[in-house]
Design a protein around this ligand. Sequence first.
Ligand code: ZN
Ligand code: ZN
Ligand code: FE
Length: 760
Amino acid sequence: MTQLRRARVHVTGIVQGVGFRPFVFNLANDFGLVGWVRNDSAGLTAEIEGDGAFVSEFISALTLRPPPLAVIEDIGVTDLALRSEPEFRILHSEPGERSVPVSPDVATCDACAREILDTGDRRYGYAFTNCTDCGPRYTIVRDVPYDRSTTTMWKFAMCPACASEYADPTDRRFHAQPNACPECGPRLSLLDAAGEALGGDPVEGAARLLRAGAIVAVKGLGGYHLACDATSENAVARLRGRKHREERPFALMAPGIAEARELCAFGPEEELLLLSRRRPIVIARGGGGRVASSVAPGYGTLGVMLPYTPLHHLLLAVAGRALVMTSGNVSDEPIAFVDEDARARLSGIADAFLVHDRAIEVRCDDSVARVVAGRAQVIRRSRGYVPEPLRLPVRASVGIVATGAQLKNTVAVAKDGMCVPSHHIGDLENLETLQSFEHAIAHLTRLYDVDVGVIAHDLHPEYLSTKWAMEQSLERVPVQHHHAHVASCLAENSRTDPVIGVAFDGLGYGEDGTLWGGEFLIADLTGYRRAAHLDSVPMPGGEQAIRQPWRMAAVWLARAFGDEAPRTGRLADIPDERWRACLSMAAQGFNSPVTSSMGRLFDAVSAIAGVRNEVSYEAQAAIEFEEIAVSGPHRPYLFEYTERGGAWIVHPASCVREAAEDAIAGTSPGVISGRFHRGVARMIVEVCERLRDNGGPPVVALSGGVFQNVLLVETVVPWLQGAGFAVLTHSRVPVNDGGISLGQSAIAAALLARAGDGRR
Ligand code: ZN
Ligand code: ZN
Ligand code: FE
């Protein structure tokens, strides 16, 4: 005799907008169970009733093979009294219920990609095709629960054909909230630079313009791209000129994997990333010669992505070649995503606009990832990743907002056991990014229903993110910048034990009021000790020293050689008066903040080697220095160590002297680079060994923007492992300041937990 059972199943995690309700519906019908399913505040609840064995099988199927896009945090099961309903139903979401994770945007699935190229399909050529397995999510969601009415699709009423797909549990579009077709959904148009509509098919028209060398602004998922023919030297150079001589590399979009392989020599892990539903820009070694040289001047790598919306598929198929697809902005401004604003800001750059009438709710840049030592590493975590939560190693007892850093800003919200880092907001240097910062905090707080009790922020008093935190009337947790770097590495590796945190970056505010950036912190989530650091020097001119690496070279050469410092490489081009003014400024400490930054040392040595005296964006010199490095068993440059007040001071003077002597002797900059990288790697191992000898932990965490340097990481990790250290690195959040908000959240959660323990 069969034993009947009724159970309530409660699922938390990313279970909305990923086809979970239809999945549950079909599963219940497969097992002949009755009951219901609905989205609720914390995820999804189902009640099922029927043969007890089938109820158990239903639960294990839910656990073992959930829909591909779902991320289950937890499944709770409670037994209930029997109710004997006639069927299984999908119920509407409870009104007023909030807080459920929404999935990131998902690249067009294969089935949808086939439909838009199939002349017999009713969605042939339709640029907004999607289904429960793919399509826009985070960038269109305005509120939760995730339903069509809470997305920017609310104003498009479904036609009968779409409505019946939406209502049919056996259809691929059952409850696909952004479901649409050419009859009822969003439409494309092609406008000229003045905003006048151009006739004909918009995609054909845009592709024709692109092939003729024009620059077309394309409205995408999270913002506007500026597109042009990547193979045309003229088009790319014109785009660069109109974007105000910006020197950063441009990202490319290839029509398909075959064309992508012609651009770069992708390894298997890189192809997996490229083809993943997140569709990041993947940085890889370029194959050379296939694209205009001005796409990535000075770089041996290219950033390539594949089409991730139906519009991209259609446009790239007609264009038939790789396109530059760079963010739609002027130099450092944030990417445009509101139509009127985009037209105003991009009208001097774009010759035409390929636009549509579906609003973008959240600006979301393309994510950037790459593979380092066989492991995927996200460098910019944005579209396709956000708002996926990460697990916190310590539960947050109250809601936390972390405001991040100043450059490459992300914010984060945290509650319970999870932290949600925001999309890439950018450099908080203007009103627009500040508004975007505030919108991100408000949006994530609302989506995840976070009752904010604490704000975690950087120590730097001039960061706009710090100033914003100061204005809120809530408890604050100030977090030292490099401690946050180390904590972000701990958090993404689910660690709470003490480590030697090596935090090397451009600059971060130290607790002593100087600018840190070459730090060895013995740290866990609740605190740190500055156990060793790079010797401090003045940064003559402050910010100017970041744009002009020759200034840091002048300071370090004076340290290494005294008054008779040689001027190597291109440093001889700096007029004598400027050189002397710079040094006397440093000597007097006038407008010369003191820094222990490793990023600035990279700048200095690259200038000494002759790479460049000035840069157009931060770390450009260091990146080019890495690019030119000649590999080989070069003798590493030496660092020296002294002890002061219980901390080791790392002195690069001898390293600088050797680099200058090499340059004078005519050694190639590539070899100088190789020797310097190996010198820094050896220094890291030596300092960590000293710290371990003095009772420090045998685990090293590497964090901070300097570790975006692949050569350094691939050199130092095996050396550290060879010396018996376990090494933690970043993979899921950026190693740069984009990871700071996660670190701040983890530290705040850990401090709150410790304070809670103290009270008990
Ligand atoms: Zn699809
Ligand atoms: Zn329709
Ligand atoms: Fe930093």
